[in-house]
Design a protein around this ligand. Sequence first.
Ligand SMILES: NC(=O)c1ccc[n+]([C@@H]2O[C@H](COP(=O)([O-])OP(=O)(O)OC[C@H]3O[C@@H](n4cnc5c(N)ncnc54)[C@H](O)[C@@H]3O)[C@@H](O)[C@H]2O)c1
Length: 338
Amino acid sequence: MSKKLRIAVLGAGRIGRLHIGNLSARISDAEVKVIADVYAPAAEKCAADFSIPEVSSDPLRVIEDPDVDAVVICSSTDTHSDLIVAAAKAKKQIFCEKPIALGLDRIDAALDAVEKAGVKLQIGFNRRFDSNYRRVHDLIQAGEIGDLHVLKIASRDPSPPPIEYVKVSGGLFLDMMIHDFDMARYLAGSEVEEVFTVGAVRVDPEIGRAGDIDTAVVTLRFENGAIGTIDNSRRAVYGYDQRVEAFGSLGMAETANRRPNEVRIYGGSAVKEDLPLNFFVERYTESYVAELKEFVECVISDRPTPVTGLDGRMPVAIGYAAKRSLDEHRPVAVSEIA
Ligand SMILES: NC(=O)c1ccc[n+]([C@@H]2O[C@H](COP(=O)([O-])OP(=O)(O)OC[C@H]3O[C@@H](n4cnc5c(N)ncnc54)[C@H](O)[C@@H]3O)[C@@H](O)[C@H]2O)c1
């Protein structure tokens, strides 16, 4: 391996562009050697913007390139599992955006290939690398709030995605709440045993007509006895609302939304402050850098990655359990799915 980890980024859309920018400017132990996107102009634009030497419209050829050490998979969800299998066979180290796939069979095929090849795999659950959530995680693990009794996660988007996206997204549970299922497992340090869902269309009837919901509360029962709730909405008029509260036998830890600045203005009739940072790119900027930095360090120093294939699989299984609970109006054990 050369001194820097030589990376191929597969997919140069919204998140691919973000990762390419971070790898180029913020992660000194890595270099983006090539960008591959089946839509050539996307790769070309990113390459020009970030001075990347090589582009390709053939991701499979790039995976075979002996000068590539690792791939960062940022293509559309339905391509992830095949690209993971190809990269594993070529003995490349793999970072892959969530979700690994929308089907558990495809996830299992990808994880089998990774295990057989003995390569590393890290899944892009970036929120684990947010300093607020990491602090809450560490407090819980250190026993500072005692036994965890209740974990509350509020996760609300500023506005719904385009309806065409909603139709192919996998639905609220696999597209949006998947991050919160991961956060729940991460913070509780325990598997989710059972879920119960109440869901509704409260934001946009078009979302209902597309067969999805836009508002949901899911209660979780963890193996360690703790109880959790996740509430999602596709529209919070005040911006991106991302908070957790962990309540335990010795106390409580909570996070607040991040804002562009922390100034409060006290007037004669109200106290005012800025709205929360609007969406995920602004809110989680540093977490995207930190997750890739960690991946690169894990490969270079041959350490296990912090977000594993199992961590990629479980939120999808929980998502299917939550959907079944909604459809059948009953608590559903995750073991019915996984
Ligand atoms: N972790 C996060 O916060 C986060 C945020 C956004 C998106 N994502 C995930 O990242 C993935 C991409 O999302 P996006 O919003 O960037 O999508 P996007 O549509 O903006 O970009 C996807 C790109 O992949 C390209 N592509 C499609 N098939 C390909 C293939 N076989 N090989 C190479 N390139 C291919 C497309 O041409 C497109 O340019 C999705 O799986 C999504 O769930 C994660």
